[in-house]
Design a protein. Structure first.
Length: 402
């Protein structure tokens, strides 16, 4: 029993899930993959495929749970899942490695047991190949009620959702706080952004020609900071040319270069309104939380708060916003395809749902004397448990019939 408890703790299993953990290997390709189905009671299990050389099962399980909370929060009838491939996304054999992984889970995908999306280290073309390998050449399974409309499902929708989250918090937060607790925003809201991939660059693009100032940015190659603001258009141009190494090619008079792990800590020395974690798990952790001093943390990535660190963060005046709420643009775009058929309408759908959800969380959490993260998590878990309860009732009725 002691060993079982230790294993469950280490891999983040609880009474709610996961339902399935599938590990796959192809020694001929040195491929190691994993698929975690957190739950199917809410609908077809859906989640991205992450590819990195240092992935762990623990990381994939936490990300699968984040997907469950996300779908439950917005009441989108899909289940939480996540897949991972332990490999370098820049490997020359990337396509063959992904095809090998697809071959090991093709029966699950073909049976609508898992719907893959692009994730960290993978792209739309990779998921298209997976569906073809699995005998599902249609990119979006009809089973989940989605029509493609030839609009590629890209992670930039995540960035769009995060941007509208910033806007709503900025405009609405103080109306729910007591006079003594009013947040003091900069006249030009300042931002530190982690990651400049599909989501991060999308957030930055939305800031162009607005009052927002992007002061700090990090990629896997390092971090840069300029208290006068970074030139977003120049950053985007350098990204096209150098990828993540844009960090080492950007220059300005007052530029500060720091290790990527230190970028958030600059909020202790400068007035920062928003920190946006947007890369791997545990970006906010025991090594940096004491040095973080921003008005709000609004994640673009899942599971960015290290386990057991939230109580410490909640004691700070920083608004700790739930990742499964702020970065829901991708799954809202998925849901929007059942209702609308243009890019503009998809974006409007994301904006409306993000704004409505955040206003409710802010209003109700402060009325109930809860912090926004705990309030949102408790409501998502309540919905999750209710769905599991209804599934149990159906199973018991079926047993009685038999």
């Amino acid at each position: 029993m002691e060993t079982e408890t230790k294993i469950m703790k280490n891999v983040f299993m609880d009474k709610l899930g996961p339902e399935k953990i599938i590990l796959s290997r192809d020694p001929s390709m040195q491929m190691i993959g994993m698929l975690v189905i957190d739950n199917s009671s809410y609908g077809v299990p859906t989640g991205g495929i992450r590819m990195a050389p240092d992935l762990t099962l623990k990381e994939i399980m936490r990300l699968a749970r984040a997907m469950s909370l996300k779908f439950c929060s917005y009441k989108i009838q899909l289940g939480g899942a996540k897949a991972g491939i332990i490999a370098d996304p820049n490997d020359k054999d990337k396509k063959v490695i992904i095809a090998s992984f697809a071959d090991t889970i093709k029966s699950i995908i073909k049976g609508d047991g898992y719907y893959p999306e692009p994730g960290l280290g993978t792209e739309d073309a990779d998921t298209e190949m997976i569906f073809k390998t699995s005998g599902k050449p249609e990119i979006i399974p009809r089973r989940v009620g989605i029509i493609r409309y030839d609009i590629p499902l890209q992670k930039r929708y995540t960035g769009i959702g995060v941007y509208y989250c910033l806007e709503t918090i900025l405009q609405k937060l103080n109306s729910y706080l007591r006079q003594d607790d009013q947040m003091q925003w900069n006249k030009q809201p300042t931002v530190i952004l982690e990651g400049f991939g599909r989501a991060g660059s999308s957030i930055a693009k939305r800031m162009i020609n607005t009052d927002y100032k992007l002061l700090g940015l990090s990629t896997i190659k390092g971090g840069i900071f300029d208290e006068n603001g970074l030139n977003i258009e120049e950053l985007l141009s350098l990204k096209d040319e150098y990828g993540d190494d844009l960090i080492n090619h950007y220059n300005s008079n007052d530029l500060i270069k720091v290790p990527k792990e230190k970028i958030f800590e600059l909020s202790s020395d400068y007035s920062i309104d928003f920190i946006i974690p947007g890369a791997r798990t545990d970006a906010i952790n025991k090594n940096n939380w004491r040095k973080i001093d921003a008005n709000a943390i609004v994640p673009a990535s899942n599971a960015c708060y290290a386990v057991d660190i939230l109580p410490n963060l909640i004691e700070k005046r920083t608004i700790i916003f739930p990742d499964f709420i702020s970065n829901a643009g991708d799954i809202l775009a998925l849901a929007a395809r059942q209702k609308v058929n243009t890019e503009a309408k998809i974006v409007e759908y994301i904006k409306e749902n993000i704004e409505n959800k955040i206003v409710k969380i802010l209003k109700d959490s402060y009325e109930h004397n809860e912090n926004p993260y705990e309030y949102a998590e408790n409501r998502a878990l309540k919905e999750f448990k209710a769905k599991l309860s209804r599934k149990k009732e159906r199973t018991e009725k079926l047993e009685n019939l038999l």
